[in-house]
Structures are given as structure tokens and as C-alpha cells.
Ligand binder design. Structure first.
Ligand SMILES: [Mg+2]
Length: 412
């Protein structure tokens, strides 16, 4: 299924003309009008899609990578219209299918911040063919300010820690421009340049312990899965641009490791085994996981009675991790069962389901997800094309292994 499109595309006004000649220029910020008022939305970009160069694509791998991205978007879209509804409401009005309206008044299949941020992260990895935290923040800022990668063209759903971090990033950009005599308008350009390696990218507050980094995580383990140690390290670091709490860092390291293991075809029994951390110790380096994450690995989410036994779809990262794993553990080998169980916990329904979808989608694969649902996801062709680029560029990264400079991490 090629993603080359033949229909006539509307004129677009890319902000960064220097990148226009590449196969993936369409992944950068672009507007419909010269006055830069109306952004080009993901479904409109479907007219510009280009496949990566021909190669022998490992179909199994592609099925899992696409499954994880689509699983994330589908969980988000299934839960969006009931976001913030308490559990009791869900007991009385359980979600059984994709629906529009509700909390955000979206159309059926449209997604929220979880997927928009994950797409920003995926695109950053693809365009840079590397892990560039500064560039990741630039794209989150585009989403916040211009609606880049939004399903509606606007940023309408943003967590408080993420908002604070992006505002802080912008403040630091201004300071950085003054200090280094760079024009403000050039700060989002050529983000791979050496000067940006001196930028303090850790904009998350030390006590920011929400689920806003875990909800967007998947592209990191999907891109770096061939090198598990790097995948786990970058999974943790990807959180720290917006969330500085160690529990977030470690929840993302652990969940990144699970997604890598799922892509590699490990059994569910192995993934959910209490010895998973010990058995993959070499993936985690020398910094031990936080005790609250270790408790989850030991099986604190394995509760037959779900919500009644303390499983909650709340915004705190430990609650979210626990809830997503509970849904995976109890789904009876059905993505549909698990994603609906995650949504029907209530509260932060879209995010619990998006977190579940990242792992379950990698495990069951795209083909294991209901096709009548996947077809309805907003900009599904665009996400399909991105997943091909993740497979292709991830392999390129492995062959070239750039000597990425990561700014020193904060001490906990
Ligand atoms: Mg959301």
C-alpha cells in the first residue's frame, strides 16, 4: 500500500523553505496562507506524502510499529468524548464504539493532545534521523501555538505541566537568542546545529508527575527498538522536556522497554512477568527504577475487580501506568476489550486508553485491531506513512549511529 498520492494538492506555504527539497519536507510546519494564519492539517498533508526509498520492509515489524501508533490514536479517539467523566458515569453510560461530540465536540475518529504530541515526536525522530530534544520541544511549541499535528487545526487540550514547560521553553529561547545574537525567527530553524546543544532543554518542573509524557512515548521505542539500551535511555529522556519527576522518567523507561520487548515478539507472559526488570537489567543501565515503578512491575496492577480494587484512570503517572497494564493483563487477548476497559475506567479516559494502545498495539499488531475502527481514525493514511518512515529511518539511524549529544540530565 503505497502512500504516494496523485490528487492535486493545495498550495502550501512552508515556513522553512530550505527543507523543501527533501522527501519529507511536508513534515515541517506549513500554512495554507502567506500570512501564516491557517495551518495545513495532517489529513491535508496526505496529498504530499512520499514513501521512503524502496527496501525490503519486514512486514511483521511494520505491523507492530503501525499497530502501536494506531493503537495510541485509537485509544485517544475512543476516550476523547468522555474525557474527565467520573467512573460512575461510565458505569451508567459505557463506551462501546467510536463516537463524536462530548467533552471536546470532536468528530468521530479525531484525536487529542496525546496523539498530536506523539506525532510531533515521531516526526522529529524521522526528520533528524536522531534524538534531538531541542527539536522535539520546537515541534511541541508549534502544536501549542499553531495547532501543528492537531486533528482540528488548533491545540485545544493541553496538560498544565506541558503548558508550563512549553512556556518555559519559549522564555529560554528568547534568552538564548539574546545571549547568542541569533534572530528570534531563526530559533526554530536548523535545530541540529551545534549551538543548540548548549540549550537547557529540561523545561519540566521537578515535581511534574502527570501522565503527559507517557501518553506520547511510543515513537521513541518504535524508532530505537533495534538498540534496546538506547531505546530505554531515550524513553526516559523524552519525558524530561516537559516532566521533571523521577517517577515519570522511570515509568517511561519501563514502558519503553515493554514496547521494545513487544516489538521483538516477547510473549505476554514475559512482558507481564514480575522478573521482567531483572531479566532485562542490561537495558536499564546503572540507575535503578523508582520504587513506585518497581511495585507495579511486581504486579500491583493485577486486580481481578479493576476499579473496585483501586485501579484508576487518573492523571498521575503511576495511576496511569497501573491502569494501562491492568487493561493489557485482563483484556483476554483482545485489543477491543482492553481499550474499552481502559476508557471505561473514566477520568483521564483518552490518555489511559492511549497508553494501553501503545503497548497493546505493538503486541497485537495493526492486523489485530478492528479494521472498522482503524479506518475511521483521523488522518490514518498520514499515520500509516509515518510508520513506514519510522521503520526506514530507524534502520538508517542504526547504520549511521550519530554521536548524539544529550545535554547533561538533571539530578534527582
Ligand atoms: Mg488527551
Amino acid at each position: 500500500m503505497g502512500c504516494q498520492q496523485s490528487q492535486v494538492a493545495p498550495t502550501i506555504h512552508p515556513v522553512f523553505h530550505s527543507r523543501e527539497d527533501s522527501d519529507i519536507y511536508w513534515l515541517n510546519l506549513a500554512f495554507r496562507d502567506k500570512s501564516e494564519q491557517t495551518i495545513i492539517r495532517p489529513h491535508e498533508l496526505e496529498s504530499y506524502l512520499r514513501d521512503p526509498p524502496p527496501q525490503d520492509v519486514d512486514r511483521k515489524l511494520r505491523n507492530r510499529i503501525l499497530g502501536s501508533l494506531i493503537g495510541l490514536a485509537l485509544g485517544d479517539a475512543l476516550g476523547a468524548h468522555v474525557e474527565f467523566r467520573p467512573h460512575q458515569y461510565m458505569v451508567e453510560h459505557p463506551v462501546t464504539d467510536l463516537e463524536g461530540g462530548g467533552t471536546w465536540g470532536l468528530q468521530k475518529g479525531q484525536f487529542t493532545d496525546d496523539t498530536s504530541m506523539a506525532l510531533c515526536l515521531a516526526i522529529s525522530l524521522i526528520i533528524n534521523c536522531d534524538f534531538n530534544l531541542y527539536d522535539q520541544l520546537v515541534r511541541y511549541k508549534w502544536w501549542y501555538k499553531h495547532g501543528y499535528m492537531s486533528s482540528t487545526g488548533q491545540c485545544f487540550d493541553i496538560g498544565s505541566s506541558t503548558r508550563q514547560a512549553i512556556n518555559e521553553f519559549e522564555r529560554r529561547q528568547h534568552q538564548f537568542a539574546q545571549k547568542n545574537e541569533i534572530r528570534l525567527e531563526d530559533l526554530d530553524l536548523n535545530t541540529g546545529e551545534q549551538i543548540f546543544q548548549n540549550f537547557d532543554v529540561y523545561c519540566g518542573k521537578n515535581d511534574a508527575a502527570g501522565n503527559g509524557a507517557l501518553m506520547r512515548l511510543a515513537p521513541v521505542p518504535l524508532f530505537f527498538h533495534r538498540d534496546a539500551k538506547t531505546a530505554v535511555k531515550y524513553s526516559g529522556l523524552s519525558a524530561k522536556t516537559t516532566h521533571g519527576d523521577q517517577k515519570v522518567y522511570d515509568a517511561c523507561r519501563f514502558y519503553g522497554a515493554l514496547i521494545v520487548a513487544a516489538i521483538r515478539g516477547e510473549s505476554k507472559e514475559n512482558l507481564l512477568h514480575r522478573d521482567f526488570y531483572e531479566k532485562h537489567q542490561d537495558w536499564f543501565g546503572t540507575t535503578p527504577l523508582h520504587d513506585d515503578v518497581k511495585e507495579i512491575i511486581a504486579g500491583s496492577y493485577k486486580k481481578e475487580n479493576g476499579y473496585a480494587d483501586g485501579i484508576k484512570g487518573k492523571g498521575y503517572v503511576i495511576d496511569s501506568l497501573k491502569a494501562a497494564l491492568w487493561a493489557f493483563w485482563s483484556d483476554g487477548d483482545s485489543f477491543e476489550n482492553g481499550v474499552l476497559a481502559a476508557v471505561n475506567l473514566g477520568d483521564d479516559a483518552d490518555t489511559t486508553a492511549a497508553i494501553y494502545g501503545q503497548l497493546a498495539g505493538a503486541y497485537y499488531g495493526y492486523k489485530g485491531i478492528r479494521s472498522d475502527w482503524t479506518k475511521q481514525i483521523y488522518a490514518e493514511k498520514f499515520i500509516q506513512c509515518l510508520s513506514k518512515w519510522i521503520v526506514y529511518q530507524g534502520e538508517m539511524w542504526l547504520q549511521q549511529k550519530p554521536s548524539t549529544v544529550i545535554p547533561p540530565k538533571q539530578k534527582f
